[in-house]
Design a protein around this ligand. Structure first.
Ligand code: ADP
Length: 192
């Protein structure tokens, strides 16, 4: 049973790789960004609260995000393990996730980080903006998301690295070889 996290800057392809990894490990991919976008689409109260932050590239407040994730992890499919995409994004959220897992007597298996140069990330997101029209894929919002990643989320990577469960792979290149490298890296970490 695998309990995994996939991390990386906006535009690195986390969502795409998460789908393939989740399928390989037979676990659900749980993306906080997708959960929020679902709420926005369905016009829920939570969606109304989150969209103001998302549209500006800001983080939704920790307690809102954490409550939403805690609820999602109660669903039966997460008993078999999970791949988190987009959480934790702050050092505070690491502690919240630790508590959620400890309450169930569970531990994290591995954290996979994807990397790519900022220039490539921006180009990919601007391309995605044309294809998918995501409200937060505009140039100024993209810059803010990259900045928050550097300031708030890099320290999360550092923390997991100190725990010895972080593996990092290059996220530029073709989709299949990145998936293959990701699977190999995670399996290596789980076996260690
Ligand atoms: P990105 O491409 O920036 O990685 P995501 O789809 O993961 O985008 O998230 C989109 C937005 O949802 C974020 O910019 C943020 O507003 C919100 N969000 C997602 N996960 C979190 C989180 N763990 N904490 C706070 N806000 C979050």
């Amino acid at each position: 049973m695998a309990r995994l996290i996939i991390m990386g800057p906006p535009g690195v392809g986390k969502g795409t790789q998460a789908e393939y990894l989740a399928r390989h490990f037979s676990i659900p991919a749980i993306s906080t960004g997708d959960l929020f976008r679902g709420h926005v689409r369905n016009k829920t109260e939570l969606g109304a609260e989150a969209s103001g932050y998302m549209d500006h590239g800001e983080f939704v407040p920790d307690h809102v995000t954490t409550d939403m994730l805690r609820q999602r992890l109660e669903d039966n499919d997460a008993d078999a393990g999970f791949l988190l995409d987009g959480y934790p994004r702050t050092v505070i959220q690491i502690g919240a996730l630790d508590e959620m897992l400890a309450a169930k007597g569970r531990a994290l298996g591995a954290v996979l980080a994807l990397t790519a140069p900022d220039g490539e990330l921006v180009a990919r997101m601007l391309r995605r903006a044309k294809e998918q029209g995501r409200a937060d894929d505009t140039e100024s919002v993209i810059q803010r998301r990259l900045e928050l990643y550097r300031d708030e989320t890099q320290p999360v990577l550092t923390a997991y690295s100190h725990r010895g469960i972080l593996v990092t792979i290059d996220g530029s290149g073709d989709r299949e070889s990145i998936t293959a490298a990701a699977i190999a890296a995670v399996e290596g970490a789980l076996a260690a």
